[in-house]
Write a protein that binds this ligand. Structure first.
Ligand SMILES: Cc1ncc(COP(=O)(O)O)c(C=O)c1O
Length: 386
């Protein structure tokens, strides 16, 4: 079976987890989590990270921190139509006005021409991008628009950990970014996710919102200033809630695993990049995703075929897993069809929804595996250019 995604957790990781359990009686979030957050920040080149229980929770935490910290001039957000359900749902759930933007036909990130039209029309306070399958958005254009329209920018980097744009890690460009450590992602903590930010105020408010809205986890400066502002004494301080929070913490057990996983990230992203280039070489007649990165920590090989269902069935019979390109056009998902969203022109996303497919790429795949996939894929697939 050539699987779409494979585990990154091995026997050495299990041994370290067993040692952790033998050594510790307190298993909840504590010093090891802090240590994982520090190491993660260092690995991607940012200042602060907040470990949570999933990539979806990371998006939820970002959406709420932006509101609680008054980071936005208004609650209109432009989000990618080619994304994941929980790249969008936190914003709907928290009362943002959500506008979907079409995707670019090379990067599969936001289409900057469409984004410009939407910025002119809706004057958003926030734009969220998804770095799709290890590839970058066109940040050069998006940052120009950010300057012109003065919106905040956030990145959902759940599919692109380890990718680098001119030496800079994806997930360090916007005000905050989210990452996922679910099974089969670049690294895994079983379930898990991270918010990263260079902004100290954002970091501290996120720490509070992650844990019920209390100030316990915040840096002293922030904690003391809240206690002064609300006249909270030492007796009540642990049980005073300053922000409308959640409990979306993870544990030191998962963080122990995260620290071990992080050691493998570089190697994993090099293999994923190498696999991407090999697919591209073997599939010259087919569309490929291109975003001019110097490191593509590829999450799957995206392309388009005329006869997608036939390709899916045939590859399935050869024990090769395939799937839709992320999950197609978000606007066509049942949960969004039920809502009266502002209609925008999503012709590229509709194309992706109809013809997009992605082929397996993970760090346990060899060139032989890729040749096997390509041989069977080519024998049935009819190429289509975007
Ligand atoms: C773009 C994107 N955002 C968010 C998520 C959610 O991450 P998680 O499964 O850790 O909640 C995913 C899941 O794969 C994703 O692809």
């Amino acid at each position: 079976m050539i699987k779409l995604a494979d585990s990154t957790i091995d026997k050495k990781d299990y041994k370290i987890l067993i040692k952790f359990l033998q050594k510790n009686s307190y298993l909840n979030q504590s010093k090891i989590t802090k240590n994982f957050e520090k190491k993660f920040s260092r690995a991607i080149g940012t200042n602060n990270s907040i470990f949570v229980n999933s990539g979806s929770s990371a998006n939820l935490l970002i959406a709420q921190t932006l509101l609680e910290g008054n980071f936005l001039k208004n609650k209109t957000v432009i989000l990618p139509s080619l994304s994941w359900s929980t790249s969008v749902t936190p914003f709907l759930q928290l009362g943002y006005k959500v506008i979907l933007c079409d995707c670019d036909n090379k990067t599969l990130g936001l289409d900057s021409k469409h984004l410009k039209i939407l910025c002119n029309r809706y004057k958003p306070g926030l734009v969220g991008v998804v770095n799709v399958l290890g590839h970058s958005n066109n940040f050069k254009e998006i940052l120009k628009l950010k300057k012109k329209f003065r919106f905040e920018l956030i990145e959902d980097n759940c599919e692109s950990l380890g990718s680098k744009l001119k030496g800079k890690s994806l997930g360090t460009i916007g005000l905050a970014s989210s990452h996922s450590f679910y099974f089969g992602h670049h690294i895994s903590t079983i379930e898990g996710g991270m918010v990263s930010t260079k902004n100290n105020k954002f970091y501290n408010i996120s720490l509070a919102i992650r844990s019920h809205g209390w100030s316990r986890d915040m840096e002293n400066k922030y904690k003391k200033s809240l206690e002064r502002k609300y006249k909270v004494d030492e007796f009540k301080s642990l049980f005073t809630f300053y922000f409308s929070g959640f409990n979306i913490r993870s544990t030191d057990f998962n963080a122990t695993l995260g620290i071990e996983q992080l050691k493998k990230l570089e190697k994993i992203s090099i293999i994923r990049h190498r696999n991407f280039l090999y697919y591209k070489k073997l599939l010259k007649d087919f569309w490929f995703q291109d975003s001019k990165l110097n490191r593509i920590s590829s999450f799957g090989y995206a392309t388009f075929v005329k006869n997608r269902f036939k390709v899916f069935k045939y590859l399935n019979s050869k024990k090769i897993q395939t799937r839709p390109l992320i999950c197609g056009n978000m606007a066509q998902q049942p949960f969004l069809k039920k809502i009266n969203l502002n209609k925008t022109n999503l012709s590229n996303a509709r194309f992706v929804d109809k013809f997009g497919i992605y082929l397996p790429n993970h760090a346990n795949m060899s060139f032989k595996d890729i040749e096997f996939v390509v041989k069977h894929f080519k024998s049935v697939a009819k190429p289509i250019k975007f």
